[in-house]
Design a protein around this ligand. Structure first.
Ligand code: SP5
Ligand code: ZN
Length: 349
């Protein structure tokens, strides 16, 4: 299996997120990707590459909104222009166009822009956020190209920040550019008529769902903590099935907090059946490992060994597959959990 890494991920290092009225240290930290790469190396996954090319902006601009991209690219410069002392602080929103306010209001005020594009106060933008995200996008696109050409059966993109909460024109949940969506769109552009995205992160992939909600060519399936009690709360329910042409092409499998692997695994069977019935010729896996029992912000009870089983069950779909790293905050164990998925997938080959 090919491993692609995002060399510039370290440039995104948020300091604080808003939590229960306080600024607390970010859980989405650079060590996450380093520990995954370290563990893959120890296990003998020798083919680790760094994409030499910059992200193909045609793909990025087909998934994301142009003004949103311009905002992200310029955010730090605008932040510093407000006050050079801002360099010591991350960008977080403090006002949002909710409830009867105009998302399209004709204001260029910086705070107003941040609130327009953010859906939570937990996803700081830092000096290097844009460069890190763009390098992640390049890795996801390159992985999809290698898999689409048939030169690889599977690829794993070790990247951060994650992507599945990011939509066409919004960020949140530590996500800014939707790497899984970029991989899926690349597979579509390379000639795969039907692409499925399977999201196994603990949190519902609201951004991915919203990007493809009206499309019949990309099936989105997510297994996650029930949004009635779990982040992101406002999307991810079982009755969301797609809209217009996309109706029937979104599947949500919410599970209660406290779910262990026997029940989780039954949902994976259901998800993989949906992928097969859809007739996907390629698969993207939004690979969060925060379903792990010791994850500090999540509530499922999966063991490390269960991730090996997940990898082999996904391999049993017999599809060209791109895995994209999403969440997972039990930092010490996440390398093991991601490497277990990779090993389960590779050995089942
Ligand atoms: C990609 C992904 O897994 N995003 C998850 C975003 C969840 N954000 C809200 C979690 C709130 C808890 N954060 C505060 C930690 C204090 N110890
Ligand atoms: Zn998550």
């Amino acid at each position: 299996m090919l491993i692609l890494q995002n060399d510039r991920h370290r440039e995104h290092a948020g300091r604080h997120e808003m939590y229960r009225g306080r600024l607390v240290e970010c859980v989405e930290v650079p060590e996450r990707a380093e520990l995954v790469l370290g563990e893959l190396h120890r296990r003998g996954f020798a083919r680790v590459e760094r994409p030499a090319v910059r992200a193909d902006m045609t793909v990025v601009e087909s998934v994301h909104d142009l003004r949103y991209l311009a905002f992200l690219r310029q955010a730090w410069d605008h932040w510093i222009a407000l006050d050079s002392a801002n360099a010591s602080f991350d960008i977080l929103p403090s006002v949002w166009p909710n409830q009867g306010l105009r998302r399209d209001a004709p204001t260029q005020n910086f705070s107003a822009q941040v609130g327009r594009y953010a859906f939570d106060a937990g996803s700081p933008i830092t000096r290097g956020t844009w460069d890190a995200c763009l390098a992640g996008a390049a890795s996801a696109i390159e992985a999809a190209r290698r898999v689409a050409s048939g030169s690889e059966r599977g690829a794993l993109v070790v990247t951060r920040p994650p992507g599945h909460h990011a939509g066409r024109d919004f960020f949140g949940g530590y996500c800014f550019l939707n790497n899984a969506a970029l991989a899926a769109q690349t597979l579509r552009d390379a000639g795969h008529a039907r692409v499925a995205i399977l999201d196994v992160d603990y949190h519902h992939g609201n951004g991915t769902q919203s990007i493809f909600y009206r499309r019949a060519d990309v099936l989105t399936v997510s297994i996650h903590g029930d949004p009635a009690t779990e982040y992101p709360f406002y999307l991810g329910y079982a009755d969301e099935r797609g809209e217009g042409e996309g109706e029937g092409f979104n599947l949500n499998r919410p599970l209660p907090k406290g779910t262990a692997f026997d029940a989780w695994r039954r949902e994976l069977d259901i998800a993989l059946e949906a992928v097969a019935r859809f007739g996907a010729s390629a698969l993207v896996v939004a690979l969060g490992v925060d379903a792990y029992k010791a994850d500090p912000i999540s509530g499922f009870l999966l063991d490390s060994a269960d991730f090996t089983t997940i990898g082999s069950l996904i391999a049993s779909a017999r599809l060209p597959t791109v895995f994209v790293l999403e969440g997972g905050y039990a930092v010490a164990e996440m390398g093991i959990n991601v490497a277990n998925v990779a090993e389960g997938f590779s050995l089942a080959g």
